[in-house]
Design a binder for this molecule. Structure first.
Ligand SMILES: [Zn+2]
Length: 163
């Protein structure tokens, strides 16, 4: 029973059918930009920014001390995407290994694509993006600023929803 009571929030939400949506719903996120640092903290995940040779690292091997390391020399929007991507690995993939990500891992295998998919759904949920596209008349630069994502990331989302 004690084990259940002290289960970190990420572990409770991990079995959800749509974990990105489950996180947004659990923390009552209703507007952009999605507060990804606060979400990580709320899930029970420690984010550490430091100078790294890689973009991001997730170490989920100790369930009660999960850490995401992000490269402090990356731009703020890149760090936000990296945190969301690593949360994707945490919610979707085996917890027995470390995940080390380089910028080029967007071209990696299935797990990398799934983690990127999760990051897009977390940072740019369709129900926030669609109305914002209307208010901002589809101006991708303003939309990227509003969601605190990179312009290429917003372009990909735009193509998905309207392409
Ligand atoms: Zn990855």
């Amino acid at each position: 029973m004690l084990e259940l009571a002290t289960k970190p929030t990420w572990m409770q939400l991990r079995g959800s059918r749509d974990p990105a949506e489950a996180i947004l719903s659990h923390f009552a996120v209703r507007s952009a930009p999605v507060p990804v640092h606060q979400l990580a903290a709320g899930l029970g995940v420690t984010v550490v920014a430091a100078k790294l040779a890689v973009t991001g690292v997730l170490d989920p091997t100790d369930a009660h001390d999960v850490r995401i390391h992000v490269n402090a020399t990356d731009s703020a929007v890149r760090q936000r995407f990296t945190i969301a991507h690593e949360l994707g690995h945490l919610m979707l993939h085996p917890l027995s290994v470390q995940y080390r990500d380089y910028i080029t891992s967007s071209r990696g295998g299935l797990k990398e694509r799934q983690a990127n998919r999760f990051a897009v759904d977390l940072l740019m949920p369709e129900w926030l993006v669609r109305p914002a596209f209307r208010w901002l008349s589809g101006d991708l630069e303003q939309l990227a600023d509003y969601f605190e994502v990179s312009k290429p990331a917003m372009e990909i989302r735009f193509q998905e929803l309207y392409g």
